[in-house]
Design a protein around this ligand. Structure first.
Ligand code: ADP
Ligand code: MG
Length: 322
């Protein structure tokens, strides 16, 4: 079982940022409104995620680290239908098989459980008084899978992957206050007051908010809304374009082109806007053949959706005489 967990980990846990993603998604699913992440050496030495969510009962702690121990849902399509990010019950088992894990969790103030695992094996569990919520500490990632460790790149690269995934999670959940610390250095801090424009400003720079335009549109199949930057507030990479369904970040090239097309010739060649686009759709329109960790999602009637995004952005820009 330890080996099959390691194999599964190879699929789910590619790099430190994958651990951050899985742990933060669990915190979101647990209903937390404050989620703090701290990494040391870009997550290779240590990743610590602390939340104020539901916590886990003492009896359920060992179960949470077993594969397929999910209390959540069944199909990929469901992922986009409901507000639950996890569904395979593989993340904690996978992480614990390739790192040293400590969990401290409590379902009510004062009633906590501490658990330690190494190589996927529970080595200690005891109760202690804790505040409600969960802290998971992942140390020495990939210590027992040298092949995987070899694929980890420079700390700069790994840290940028972590900041990227944290940004997408924060943009998808402006009602949750997030922090990301690299050692003691604060890298991301959002207010968690539900204001998407403020979250965008917190992530992309304080001056950004006044350079963002709200837009919205709908047709028979889709609704879209969000914020796009003014045509002169651009970046040299596409990383600042975020597509979301039900708060879940996904990648889709055609929709990215749809955003850019909304600017027409107003955008300089090789420049990209900042954009956060929330999409409402019937989950039946999400392609079921998507692999959830790859984040690449296809949608039926993609052309219709892409055109709606283009038209909604174009209309907003022209209303502002831009
Ligand atoms: P999944 O998220 O797919 O269900 P995971 O392996 O990520 O699988 O988590 C296993 C289970 O552990 C979850 O279903 C949940 O019940 C519990 N769990 C994990 N992290 C947390 C957390 N931060 N707060 C509360 N429960 C958690
Ligand atoms: Mg999960």
């Amino acid at each position: 079982e330890a080996l099959s967990n390691q194999i599964a980990a190879g699929e789910v846990i590619e790099r430190p940022a994958s651990v951050v993603k899985e742990l933060v998604e669990n915190s979101i699913d647990a209903g937390a409104n404050q989620i703090d992440v701290r990494v040391v050496d870009a997550g290779i030495s240590r990743i610590t995620v602390t939340d104020n969510g539901s916590g886990i009962d003492a009896a359920d702690v060992p179960i949470a680290f077993k594969r397929h121990a999910t209390s959540k849902i069944a199909t990929v399509r469901d992922l986009f239908a409901i507000h639950s990010l996890g569904f395979r019950g593989e993340a904690l088992a996978s992480i614990a098989s390739v790192a040293d894990v400590t969990m401290e969790t409590a379902t009510a103030d004062g009633q906590g459980t501490s658990a330690r695992l190494t190589g996927g094996q529970m080595i200690n569990q005891h109760s202690l008084p804790l505040r409600r919520g969960t802290m998971i500490d992942v140390a020495n990632l990939f210590y027992n899978t040298p092949a995987r460790l070899k694929y980890v790149r420079s700390q700069t690269t790994e840290m940028s992957h972590i900041a990227d995934i944290m940004s997408r999670l924060a943009l998808g959940h402006p009602d949750i206050a997030f922090t990301l610390r690299n050692g003691d250095k604060l890298a991301i801090k959002t207010a968690g007051n539900g204001d998407l424009q403020q979250a965008i400003a917190a992530i992309y720079g304080v001056g950004t908010a006044r350079d963002m335009l709200a837009f919205a549109g709908d047709n028979d199949d889709f609704g879209v809304n969000g914020y796009v930057s003014l045509p002169d507030n651009t970046r040299s990479a596409r990383n600042y374009l975020t597509l979301l369904i039900n708060g879940r970040y996904f990648r889709n090239n055609q929709l990215v082109k749809g955003i850019i097309a909304g600017y027409g010739s107003k955008l300089m060649v090789g420049r990209y806007p900042i954009a956060v686009v929330n999409i409402q759709l019937d989950p039946q329109l999400v392609d079921v053949n998507v692999h959830p960790t790859k984040q690449e999602v296809r949608i039926s009637k993609e052309n219709v959706l892409s055109d709606l995004i283009t038209d909604s952005i174009r209309q907003q820009l022209s209303e502002q005489n831009l």
